[in-house]
Design a protein around this ligand. Structure first.
Ligand code: FEO
Length: 173
Protein backbone atom coordinates (compact mmCIF):
# COMPACT_ATOMS: atom_id res chain seq x y z
CA UNK A 1 0.00 0.00 0.00
CA UNK A 2 1.38 3.43 -0.99
CA UNK A 3 2.43 5.56 1.97
CA UNK A 4 0.00 8.34 2.89
CA UNK A 5 1.02 12.00 2.75
CA UNK A 6 1.14 12.63 6.52
CA UNK A 7 3.44 9.67 7.16
CA UNK A 8 5.49 10.54 4.08
CA UNK A 9 5.96 14.12 5.32
CA UNK A 10 7.15 13.19 8.81
CA UNK A 11 9.49 10.48 7.48
CA UNK A 12 11.01 13.01 5.08
CA UNK A 13 11.58 15.32 8.06
CA UNK A 14 13.27 12.44 9.83
CA UNK A 15 15.59 11.84 6.86
CA UNK A 16 16.70 15.45 7.24
CA UNK A 17 17.07 15.10 11.03
CA UNK A 18 19.25 11.99 10.64
CA UNK A 19 21.45 13.74 8.07
CA UNK A 20 21.73 16.72 10.42
CA UNK A 21 22.77 14.31 13.19
CA UNK A 22 25.45 12.97 10.85
CA UNK A 23 26.62 16.55 10.25
CA UNK A 24 26.66 17.24 14.00
CA UNK A 25 28.83 14.22 14.76
CA UNK A 26 31.21 14.88 11.88
CA UNK A 27 31.62 18.44 13.23
CA UNK A 28 32.29 17.01 16.68
CA UNK A 29 34.78 14.59 15.15
CA UNK A 30 36.69 17.47 13.56
CA UNK A 31 36.65 19.40 16.86
CA UNK A 32 37.95 16.36 18.81
CA UNK A 33 40.68 15.83 16.24
CA UNK A 34 41.77 19.45 16.59
CA UNK A 35 42.00 18.96 20.39
CA UNK A 36 44.26 15.93 19.96
CA UNK A 37 41.50 13.55 21.04
CA UNK A 38 42.05 11.13 18.17
CA UNK A 39 40.05 8.26 19.67
CA UNK A 40 37.13 10.52 20.42
CA UNK A 41 37.35 11.83 16.85
CA UNK A 42 37.14 8.25 15.58
CA UNK A 43 34.11 7.49 17.78
CA UNK A 44 32.31 10.56 16.42
CA UNK A 45 33.24 9.71 12.85
CA UNK A 46 31.72 6.25 13.30
CA UNK A 47 28.66 7.97 14.77
CA UNK A 48 28.50 10.10 11.60
CA UNK A 49 28.48 6.89 9.52
CA UNK A 50 25.80 5.40 11.73
CA UNK A 51 23.54 8.45 11.35
CA UNK A 52 24.02 8.39 7.59
CA UNK A 53 22.91 4.74 7.60
CA UNK A 54 19.83 5.76 9.62
CA UNK A 55 18.96 8.46 7.08
CA UNK A 56 19.30 5.90 4.30
CA UNK A 57 17.12 3.39 6.13
CA UNK A 58 14.30 5.99 6.15
CA UNK A 59 15.10 6.97 2.55
CA UNK A 60 14.89 3.36 1.35
CA UNK A 61 11.72 2.77 3.31
CA UNK A 62 9.90 5.77 1.78
CA UNK A 63 10.89 4.59 -1.71
CA UNK A 64 9.84 1.00 -0.94
CA UNK A 65 6.40 2.34 -0.04
CA UNK A 66 6.23 4.22 -3.36
CA UNK A 67 6.55 7.56 -1.58
CA UNK A 68 8.40 10.71 -2.64
CA UNK A 69 11.75 11.42 -1.05
CA UNK A 70 12.30 15.15 -0.56
CA UNK A 71 15.82 16.05 0.46
CA UNK A 72 15.86 19.42 2.19
CA UNK A 73 18.91 21.61 2.98
CA UNK A 74 20.95 20.54 6.00
CA UNK A 75 21.45 23.33 8.52
CA UNK A 76 24.94 24.26 9.64
CA UNK A 77 26.22 23.12 13.02
CA UNK A 78 27.35 25.62 15.67
CA UNK A 79 30.71 24.40 16.96
CA UNK A 80 30.58 25.58 20.56
CA UNK A 81 32.08 22.77 22.60
CA UNK A 82 34.68 23.32 25.29
CA UNK A 83 35.63 19.87 26.58
CA UNK A 84 35.33 16.13 25.95
CA UNK A 85 32.64 15.92 28.61
CA UNK A 86 30.73 18.78 26.96
CA UNK A 87 30.84 17.02 23.57
CA UNK A 88 29.36 13.83 25.01
CA UNK A 89 26.78 15.68 27.11
CA UNK A 90 25.63 17.46 23.93
CA UNK A 91 25.57 14.07 22.16
CA UNK A 92 23.31 12.66 24.87
CA UNK A 93 21.00 15.71 24.70
CA UNK A 94 20.79 15.35 20.94
CA UNK A 95 20.03 11.62 21.09
CA UNK A 96 17.17 12.32 23.54
CA UNK A 97 15.79 14.81 21.01
CA UNK A 98 16.07 12.22 18.22
CA UNK A 99 14.20 9.74 20.43
CA UNK A 100 11.37 12.27 20.74
CA UNK A 101 11.32 12.76 16.95
CA UNK A 102 11.13 9.00 16.37
CA UNK A 103 8.26 8.79 18.85
CA UNK A 104 6.46 11.55 16.93
CA UNK A 105 6.87 9.55 13.70
CA UNK A 106 5.44 6.55 15.52
CA UNK A 107 2.47 8.58 16.82
CA UNK A 108 1.63 9.80 13.29
CA UNK A 109 1.93 6.28 11.84
CA UNK A 110 -0.29 4.94 14.60
CA UNK A 111 -2.91 7.67 14.07
CA UNK A 112 -2.90 6.87 10.33
CA UNK A 113 -3.18 3.14 11.09
CA UNK A 114 0.00 2.56 9.08
CA UNK A 115 1.14 -0.67 10.70
CA UNK A 116 4.01 -1.26 8.27
CA UNK A 117 5.56 2.04 9.35
CA UNK A 118 5.08 1.39 13.07
CA UNK A 119 6.81 -1.95 12.56
CA UNK A 120 9.74 -0.29 10.75
CA UNK A 121 9.98 2.39 13.46
CA UNK A 122 10.25 -0.22 16.20
CA UNK A 123 13.85 -0.79 15.06
CA UNK A 124 14.61 2.89 15.67
CA UNK A 125 12.89 2.92 19.06
CA UNK A 126 15.09 0.03 20.20
CA UNK A 127 18.17 1.58 18.62
CA UNK A 128 17.62 4.87 20.49
CA UNK A 129 17.55 3.06 23.84
CA UNK A 130 20.93 1.52 23.01
CA UNK A 131 22.39 4.83 21.75
CA UNK A 132 21.35 6.80 24.82
CA UNK A 133 22.73 4.12 27.11
CA UNK A 134 26.14 3.86 25.40
CA UNK A 135 26.61 7.65 25.48
CA UNK A 136 25.63 7.78 29.15
CA UNK A 137 28.26 5.10 29.88
CA UNK A 138 30.95 7.27 28.26
CA UNK A 139 29.80 10.34 30.23
CA UNK A 140 30.01 8.33 33.46
CA UNK A 141 33.53 7.17 32.62
CA UNK A 142 34.72 10.71 31.84
CA UNK A 143 33.28 11.96 35.15
CA UNK A 144 34.80 9.07 37.05
CA UNK A 145 38.25 9.58 35.57
CA UNK A 146 38.25 13.39 35.56
CA UNK A 147 39.12 15.14 32.33
CA UNK A 148 42.68 16.02 33.31
CA UNK A 149 43.63 12.54 34.47
CA UNK A 150 45.86 10.05 32.68
CA UNK A 151 42.89 7.70 32.54
CA UNK A 152 41.36 9.91 29.87
CA UNK A 153 44.22 8.91 27.59
CA UNK A 154 43.15 5.26 27.93
CA UNK A 155 39.48 6.09 27.45
CA UNK A 156 40.37 8.03 24.30
CA UNK A 157 42.31 4.97 23.08
CA UNK A 158 39.28 2.78 23.78
CA UNK A 159 37.03 5.12 21.79
CA UNK A 160 39.54 4.87 18.96
CA UNK A 161 38.77 1.17 18.60
CA UNK A 162 35.15 1.72 17.56
CA UNK A 163 34.43 0.42 14.07
CA UNK A 164 31.37 1.15 11.96
CA UNK A 165 29.07 -1.81 11.40
CA UNK A 166 25.92 -1.22 9.39
CA UNK A 167 23.20 -2.68 11.60
CA UNK A 168 20.25 -1.17 9.75
CA UNK A 169 19.45 -4.46 8.02
CA UNK A 170 19.50 -6.50 11.23
CA UNK A 171 17.31 -6.43 14.34
CA UNK A 172 18.18 -3.60 16.75
CA UNK A 173 20.50 -4.55 19.65
FE1 FEO B 1 19.88 8.20 14.28
FE2 FEO B 1 21.61 8.64 16.82
O1 FEO B 1 19.97 8.36 16.06
Amino acid sequence: MKINSKVEEILNKQINAEFWSAYLYLSMSAWCDQQGLKGCANWMRVQFQEETSHALKFYDYVLTRSGNVKLEPIEKVDQKWNSMLHVFEETYKHECLVTELIHKCYDVALAERDHATTSMLQWFIDEQTEEESSVLDIIDQIKLLGEKSGGIYHLDKELGARVFVDTTQTPAP
